[in-house]
Design a protein around this ligand. Structure first.
Ligand code: ZN
Length: 258
């Protein structure tokens, strides 16, 4: 038991480091993609002065904190989104390590979280959830389904969970017909269908609820002057991560009421 705990702490630390590096890498790749440049080519540069950044400037989280959020060469502020992506990556992979410990399924959830982080960043940057990332999530589930030796019960659970996005899709279509405007992005519905392959119907509803609450909190704190739409993908992803890590006790408590 003690050996298991040591392994979990070890994994938590290194996955948090990996998550921070992944957040930094994905934020850079997505900002290049959003600017119409090749996402994976060329050295990292300061967005303000164009100075090539060295290894010391690119250390996740600490690079930002040591420079107090400013470029070493020109003093211009570094976008806070960089730090947010690094912290989100570290926190997510660290929490997953604590949740699953040194088990094979940690591999599935680590890749799942990495893809959700990439998808959240693209949605944040361009209000777009690329189909390629949704297909990668689908492929990750299919591969681990075989590796982990899942069977008919998991397929039945996935079919039941798909009823949640199907019902939501029907509701959204009716609302859009009545209100004559877009109520929910098509990418968000597709993401819910993909999440249904990973979560049970109850977990999916909890993830949806958590995502809505996080989105409302963000909207309330944003004090936006204009009525610009806030993308839902990052909040739905955050809700799904919270549900996978901490949803079990919440659902046990809820179903214990009946
Ligand atoms: Zn600079």
């Amino acid at each position: 038991m003690e050996e298991q705990a040591i392994w979990t702490v070890f994994l938590c630390f290194w996955l948090a480091v990996l998550g921070a590096a992944l957040g930094s890498f994905l934020d850079c790749a997505v900002s290049r993609w959003a600017a119409g440049r090749p996402p994976f080519r060329g050295r990292s540069r300061c967005l303000a002065c164009g100075h090539t950044l060295g290894a010391g400037d690119l250390v996740p989280v600490f690079g930002y904190l040591l420079r107090r959020g400013r470029c070493k060469y020109c003093g211009e502020p570094i976008p806070r989104e960089c730090l947010a992506a690094e912290l989100a990556g570290a926190l997510t992979l660290g929490c997953l390590a604590v949740r699953f410990g040194p088990a094979p399924e940690l591999g599935q959830w680590t890749l799942w979280a990495a893809l959700l982080l990439a998808l959240s960043l693209t949605d944040q940057a361009r209000q777009l959830i690329p189909d390629q990332l949704l297909l990668a999530l689908l492929a990750n589930r299919a591969v681990w389904f075989m590796v982990l030796g899942h069977g008919a019960p998991q397929l039945t659970a996935a079919a039941k969970a798909c009823a949640v996005p199907a019902a939501l899709l029907a509701l959204v279509l009716v609302l859009e017909k009545c209100m004559d405007r877009e109520v929910m992005g098509g990418g968000d519905i597709k993401l819910l269908f993909v999440l249904a392959l990973y979560l049970s119907w109850a977990e999916l509803l909890l993830a949806l609820l958590a995502g809505c609450l996080l989105g409302l909190l963000r909207a309330a704190s944003a004090h936006r002057r204009n009525d610009a739409a806030i993308p839902f993908g990052p909040f739905l992803s955050a809700g799904a991560v919270c549900t996978v890590c901490y949803g079990g006790p919440v659902l046990d408590w809820y179903f214990g009421l009946f």
